[in-house]
Design a protein around this ligand. Structure first.
Ligand SMILES: [Zn+2]
Length: 161
């Protein structure tokens, strides 16, 4: 494996950190949903530290069943009550076509996955749709919900409501 140095880093992690006594309930009672994009350093963007927030990431930072599952567990069992959704302008999902991509996967593996790519073209519209999905989930507390759109090149962040 090309990244075996990273695995070794993990195996030696205990030598590099001081043991912490953080609780599993995030200190800021916050969930951040974000894209998996490697340019988005969520801890740096929010000046966040360990133990402060749940971070749920996927391709696009889109609101899937599984993201709703994670938020529900976070809120009901781990005492969070604020949600930030962070998506970004140059997202890989914008170059995807849902049908084309699923055709491609089906051709490779012989089976069509049940999931959708959640590809989108318009970042703002996608964010508004994402916030709606959270608001429409009856088991989620969306009283404190904020959408942030970041330009990953300039670092400019815009609040979307
Ligand atoms: Zn992205």
């Amino acid at each position: 494996m090309r990244n075996s140095d990273l695995i070794n880093n993990a195996l030696n992690y205990q030598l590099r950190i001081e043991t912490n006594n953080l609780q599993k309930e995030p200190m800021r009672q916050l969930v951040i949903v974000s894209c998996m994009d490697s340019r988005l350093d969520i801890f740096k963007i929010f000046s966040l530290g360990s133990g402060q927030a749940h971070i749920v990431r996927n391709a696009g930072g889109v609101i899937t069943e599984d993201v709703l599952r994670s938020i529900a567990i976070s809120q009901r069992k781990l005492n969070t009550n604020e949600i930030i959704v962070m998506q970004h302008l140059d997202c890989g999902l914008k170059i995807l076509d849902d049908v084309e991509f699923l055709d491609e996967i089906e051709n490779l593996g012989g089976e069509r996955p049940a999931w959708k790519t959640h590809a989108f073209k318009d970042s703002r519209a996608n964010m508004i749709g994402s916030l709606e999905l959270i608001k429409n989930a009856p088991y989620i507390n969306s009283e404190n919900l904020v959408g942030l759109l970041i330009n990953e090149t300039t670092g400019e962040v815009e609040k979307v409501e």
